[in-house]
Design a protein around this ligand. Structure first.
Ligand SMILES: [Zn+2]
Length: 378
């Protein structure tokens, strides 16, 4: 019990220190190298998803220990009630505002005006820069993050930078420089009108470098309604230069688009080799000691139902410290009460047997009760 309590306390301490977003100390604990300023020259557009093992050669961060994406194992996430709902402001844009939609050879990018901002849920304010998507192929899904090993159809990333820096270029190399909001896309029964605002233009930007102007709409409609339930961890850009400067938010609620829309996304664009732009997702990377926080209590997986020790700890991770200690005390209390009751019972048997030797009852407790009943009626 003590060992378990200690481990849980340590986990909670780790969770609390990590939850302090923007604290440079928590970044150091990840063993991150000091940020170096990369030249993001034209060479960076030559990387491809086929030569990922070489990403680290040009961009050392790509071989680092705080990389993204990751698999989110919900049984190992740490419930952190202090993670407040994500608040967005300025996301609703008038149709008169025109946004640039680009095929950059790796994804489709919607450039966002700086009026969009995250004003709640993070310790600091972040301004939007762009959003883009990751997807699979006609034969398989293509989200970057996975949840309990499950890969979703596609994934949207809305990239923001910390307003304490003078723009994205300055912020991207700072430990607390970037915030990315991510959500999963799945195939549902009907067309999603908000995603259609983007998808309807894809046929015009089939080749790398092509762009088109898109009328403004409410960008928040591309994200889930539920901005309260999310996972949070410190990671990186998922493409070179893989800077380890991203505070990730992955929403629990998924977005639904029609089967036809998913096909449009997967089939419309071509990469710089003029081949179909598909499977533009990076495989998951190791956590290397990082903790994934959850703003909500994730459900218990069926295999983790052992009561007191061992695997039962996994369940305790998701409770607040006070409730776990209360449970500890109660367990001891009930144990003592049980011992006293058992002792009293044994004493009673002993006394009863010595008083009624003529009954010479067997060891089964049932008989004792019968004897007592007989005595009462007599
Ligand atoms: Zn991305």
């Amino acid at each position: 019990m003590n060992r378990a309590g200690l481990r849980v306390s340590l986990l909670l301490l780790a969770a609390l220190s990590r939850a302090g977003a923007g604290s440079p100390h928590s970044q150091e604990q990840e063993g991150e190298e000091p940020p170096h300023s990369h030249e993001q020259g034209p060479g960076h557009s030559h990387w491809s998803y086929e030569d990922q093992e070489h990403w680290g050669t040009n961009d050392p961060d790509c071989a680092g220990n705080m990389q993204s994406p990751i698999n989110i194992d919900t049984a190992k996430t740490i419930f952190s009630p202090q993670l407040r709902p994500i608040q967005l402001s300025g996301y609703s844009l008038p149709a008169s505002e025109k946004l640039r939609l680009t095929n950059n050879g790796h994804t489709v990018v919607l450039t966002l005006p700086e009026s969009l901002a995250i004003t709640g849920g993070y310790a600091q304010q972040y301004r939007a820069v762009q959003l883009h998507l990751h997807w699979g192929s006609p034969s398989g899904p293509g989200s970057e993050h996975t949840v309990n090993g499950h890969r979703f159809g596609a994934e949207i990333h809305v990239v923001h930078y910390n307003t304490k820096y003078n723009g994205f270029e300055e912020a991207k190399v700072q430990p607390d420089g970037l915030a990315v909001l991510g959500a999963f896309l799945e195939v549902g029964p009907r067309e999603n009108p908000y995603y259609q605002e983007i998808f309807q233009h894809l046929y015009k930007i089939q080749r790398k470098g092509e762009e088109v102007l898109v009328s403004g709409f409410n960008i928040a409609d591309l994200l889930p309604d539920n901005l309260k339930q999310y996972f949070h961890y410190n990671g990186s850009l998922t493409t070179p230069p893989c800077f380890q400067t991203v505070k990730w938010t992955i929403f629990n609620q998924t977005m639904l688009i029609s089967h036809y829309q998913m096909s449009m996304l997967v089939m419309s664009l071509r990469n710089d080799d003029n081949r179909p732009l598909q499977n533009n997702y990076r495989p998951v990377k190791g956590l290397h000691g990082r903790r994934v926080l959850a703003s909500f209590q994730t459900t218990l997986p069926p295999a983790k139902h052992l009561p007191a020790d061992g695997d039962g700890l996994e369940a305790a991770d998701r409770h607040s410290s006070s409730s776990f200690h209360a449970g500890d005390v109660l367990a001891v209390l009930f144990g003592v009460l049980f011992a006293i009751t058992a002792l009293a019972f044994l004493l009673y048997i002993y006394k009863h047997r010595s008083q009624n030797t003529r009954l010479d009852s067997p060891t089964k407790s049932k008989v004792i009760y019968t004897a007592a009943a007989t005595e009462n009626t007599a």
